[in-house]
Design a protein around this ligand. Structure first.
Ligand SMILES: Nc1ncnc2c1ncn2[C@@H]1O[C@H](COP(=O)(O)OP(=O)(O)OP(=O)(O)O)[C@@H](O)[C@H]1O
Ligand SMILES: CC(=O)N[C@H]1[C@@H]2OC[C@@H](O2)[C@@H](O)[C@@H]1O[C@H](C)C(=O)O
Length: 377
C-alpha cells in the first residue's frame, strides 16, 4: 500500500500534526491514522519570538529548528507505533515546516518576495530513516506565485463534486477559502486567504483569560459585537484585495488590533467583534470568489482546521451564508483537524509522482509546478 506521512505545524503554533495517508492515482487520498504532539511552552515561546523578531539570530534559529525537527521525528515515531506501521512501508514524509515569516509581496521598497519555513529535512531523514519531501512553497514563489494557500489543490482532489458548487474553509490561525466548481464546469478552482481566523481570538483570550484558546467560542458568545470597531478593523486593505492573496502574523497581530481600540471596550465585546471579523471577512471572500467565477451560492461549505470546533464562529458563518449548508469533513473520512497534515502527505506523493502541487489559478504562479525537494533516507 503506498503510504505517506504528512507533517504540519500551522500558524497557531499549537504543535505538530502527523497524518498517515494512503495516496495513489486510482482513488482519493485516504486518512489511515493520526498523531498530534503539542509544542512544549519553551519551544512555542521561541517560535513565537522568531515570528516577530526584527533581525535574524542564527543560533536562535538553529536551536528552535533542532528542537522542532526532533519533535517532528517523535511525532513520526509515535504515529508508526500506534498504527503498527513499519517505517519501511513509508514512501515519504511530506514536511511543511514552521512558517516564521511570509512576505509574498516582498519588503518595501523593492525587496524580493520570500516565505520562510523553519525546517531541517536532512535531520528528519536521518532521525526517521524515511525519505523526506520538503520546501513546498518556494517553487511556487519562484514562478511568481504567492506560495500560499497550497491546500486548495488537495481540497480539489478530495471534495470536488460532479454537479455541486462547494466551498472549503480552513479555520486555523488564518483562514483560507477554496471554491470548487462542479466537475461538469470548465471554471477554475479558486482559493485564497481571507484573513485571520483564530490568531487574534487566541491572543486576546490569552491576554485576558489565559490559556491557549476560547473553548467553543463561549467567551466571544458572551460579548456584544462593537459595530464601529468591526468597521474600523474591516478597513484593512488586505480584506479588499482581489486574489491571489495570502497573509500571516506579519499583518495581523495584537498591536494591529490595539491600534483600533479606544481603551473603553469590554474585553468580551472585543472577542465577539474579533469572531465577527473572521466571519465577515470570510463572507466577503465568498462573495468575491462567487463574483470571479460567476457562481451561484455554493450548496455546501466544509469547515476544517481547529476553528471547526468553535460553535460560536460556525453560527456566525451560518448567519452570513444562509443559502449554504455547513457540512462536516468527517463525511469524507477526514475529520476537520487532519486536512492540512493530509495535504502535505498528498503533496509529497505528487512530488514523487512528478505531478504538479500548486494551482496557478489559486497562487497566481505563471504555471503548474512540481513542488518540493527530495531528501533520501
Ligand atoms: N474546541 C475549540 N474551540 C474553539 N477553538 C478551537 C477549539 N479547538 C481548536 N480551536 C482553535 O483552533 C486553533 C488551531 O487550529 P489549527 O490547528 O487548524 O491551526 P493551524 O494549523 O496552526 O493554523 P493555520 O491553518 O493558519 O496554519 C486553536 O489555536 C484554537 O484557536
Ligand atoms: C505561509 C503559510 O504558512 N500560510 C498558511 C497559513 O495558514 C492558513 C493560511 O495561512 C494558508 O495560506 C497557509 O497554510 C495552508 C496549509 C495552505 O498553504 O493551504
Amino acid at each position: 500500500m503506498p503510504l505517506f506521512i504528512g507533517l504540519m505545524s500551522g500558524t497557531s503554533l499549537d504543535g505538530i500534526d502527523a497524518a498517515l495517508v494512503r495516496c495513489e492515482s486510482s482513488r482519493p487520498p485516504e486518512l489511515l491514522a493520526t498523531q498530534a504532539i503539542g509544542f512544549p511552552d519553551e519551544l512555542r515561546d521561541r517560535l513565537l519570538a522568531l515570528c516577530h523578531a526584527k533581525r535574524a539570530d542564527f543560533a536562535e534559529l538553529a536551536t528552535a529548528e533542532d528542537s522542532f525537527c526532533r519533535l517532528q521525528a517523535e511525532a513520526v515515531a509515535r504515529l508508526l507505533e500506534t498504527s503498527a506501521t513499519s517505517r519501511d512501508n513509508i514512501v515519504a514524509i511530506g514536511s511543511h515546516g514552521q512558517t516564521i515569516e511570509h512576505a509574498p509581496y516582498g519588503h518595501a521598497p523593492s525587496g524580493p518576495a520570500y516565505t520562510y519555513q523553519l525546517d531541517n529535512p536532512s535531520l528528519l531523514a536521518e532521525l526517521t530513516g524515511c525519505q523526506v519531501v520538503a520546501d513546498f512553497r518556494r517553487r511556487d514563489l519562484a514562478a511568481g506565485g504567492q506560495a500560499a494557500p497550497l491546500a486548495p489543490a488537495f481540497h480539489n482532489a478530495l471534495f470536488r463534486d460532479p454537479t455541486e458548487w462547494r466551498l472549503v474553509l480552513n479555520l486555523g490561525g488564518f483562514a483560507n477559502l477554496t471554491l470548487l466548481p462542479p466537475q461538469n464546469r470548465t471554471a477554475e478552482v479558486l482559493g485564497f486567504d481571507t484573513g485571520p481566523a483564530n490568531v487574534l481570538l487566541d491572543a486576546w483570550h490569552g491576554r485576558h483569560r489565559g490559556g491557549r484558546f476560547d473553548a467553543n467560542g463561549e467567551w466571544a458568545a458572551s460579548g456584544q459585537v462593537d459595530p464601529p470597531l468591526l468597521e474600523s478593523l474591516m478597513r484593512e486593505p488586505f480584506f479588499h484585495q482581489p486574489p491571489p492573496r495570502s497573509t500571516g502574523r506579519e499583518v495581523f497581530h495584537l498591536p494591529w488590533l490595539e491600534r483600533h481600540l479606544n481603551g473603553n471596550e469590554a474585553p468580551q465585546d472585543v472577542q465577539a467583534t474579533l469572531a465577527e471579523l473572521t466571519a465577515t471577512s470570510v463572507a466577503l471572500g465568498v462573495e468575491m470568489a462567487r463574483e470571479l467565477c460567476q457562481a451561484p451560492p455554493a450548496s455546501s461549505l466544509i469547515p476544517c482546521g481547529g476553528g471547526a470546533h468553535n460553535a460560536d464562529l460556525l453560527s456566525r458563518l451560518a448567519y452570513h451564508l444562509p443559502d449554504t449548508a455547513l457540512v462536516p469533513s468527517d463525511d469524507w473520512g477526514w475529520p476537520a483537524d487532519w486536512l492540512e497534515a493530509g495535504a502535505f502527505a498528498w503533496l509529497a506523493y505528487r512530488r514523487l509522482a512528478g505531478l504538479s502541487g500548486n494551482l496557478s489559478s489559486v497562487t497566481g504562479a505563471s504555471g503548474l509546478r512540481v513542488l518540493g525537494g527530495i531528501y533520501a533516507p
